[in-house]
Design a protein. Structure first.
Length: 299
């Protein structure tokens, strides 16, 4: 029977308390223990699930194709004529008559992973090709600020208290967008951390060797979204409200005034300042000063 888990930190709960509201022993959150889930239906046989063609009994030929007659062989005179013709044309040409070629078996289409990260860090450490339905801006003109709310909701399916701690942007154009379809190293990564999972990991380490992942990366690149877990390599700098007072185009404009060279593409990163915890933009391309989310110089 699947073990119920805390909605906040993912720690195991007592299955005998199903349907009751309890206090998680690890993160101290008040959660309702889910009822026993129904057993999933047995998967269909692999050959049917993958769409493999069902073959009829083996036959030597199709119904509308008669068997090939046996050749009686060629006379010496015929062989001589063929050799002379081959030498005159510069080589031998062989023609092989065979039965009609069979069509290749159909390949099953790869369906996107459901738009949830509930199993991340539990039964899976990486999830590929996640469904991105409802994403505000498309992959070809990806706006990392406009898509942040969508990414935040996705991270919430992993842990209810997930909050952004880093936003990394590679190969952004002067329009403030990124083509993350098939373009080289272009990518956008949102990193989220869970204070509840972090606290639960500290407590669980005292009684278990199980690793509790307290952060995840959501990466958009090459036309797909993937998610991967991260450990406790982050430092909790507190929760700070994140509001953007200027677009990314303005951010680049201010940096250009500070001496940032004009480029075809830029790489920038949004992180929390170690001293204040406030979010700041930093350029990865040149030694310009960090800017606040309002595109103002950081004091």
């Amino acid at each position: 029977m699947p073990v119920p888990k805390c909605d906040t930190c993912g720690a195991p709960l007592d299955p005998t308390e199903a349907g009751q509201v309890v206090t998680c022993a690890f993160c101290k959150a008040r959660v309702r223990v889910p009822a026993e889930p129904a057993e999933p239906p047995a998967p269909a046989p692999a050959s049917i699930a993958l769409g493999a063609p069902q073959r009829s009994p083996v036959r030597a030929w199709d119904d509308d194709q008669a068997p090939l007659p046996r050749s009686a062989g060629a006379s010496p005179a015929v062989w001589a004529t063929l050799i002379v013709a081959a030498i005159a044309t510069g080589g031998l040409v062989f023609t092989l008559r065979s039965g009609r070629a069979s069509s290749p078996s159909p390949v099953a289409a790869v369906s996107p992973h459901a738009a949830t990260l509930k199993t991340l860090g539990d039964s899976e450490t990486t999830i590929e090709r996640i469904d991105t339905s409802g994403l505000p801006t498309p992959f070809a003109t990806f706006d990392p600020i406009a898509n942040l709310g969508w990414a935040q909701r996705m991270a919430g399916t992993w842990s209810a208290d997930a909050r952004l701690i880093r936003l990394s942007v590679e190969e952004m154009t002067t329009d403030g967008v990124i083509d993350v379809t098939e373009r080289g190293t272009a990518r956008v990564t949102y990193e989220f951390a869970s204070p509840g999972r972090h606290a639960a990991g500290v407590e669980m380490a005292r009684v278990s060797s199980k690793l509790v992942f307290s952060a995840i990366d959501l990466t958009f690149k090459k036309g797909a979204l993937s998610a991967i877990v991260a450990g406790d390599g982050w430092r909790d700098l507190g929760k700070h409200d994140l509001a953007f007072g200027c677009p990314l185009t303005k951010l680049l404009s201010v940096w250009h005034d500070q001496g940032l060279p004009i480029r075809d593409a830029y790489s920038v990163e949004l992180t929390q300042a170690s001293a204040t915890g406030a979010f700041e933009w930093a350029s990865k391309n040149w030694g310009v000063r960090p800017l606040s989310t309002a595109c103002e110089a950081v004091k």
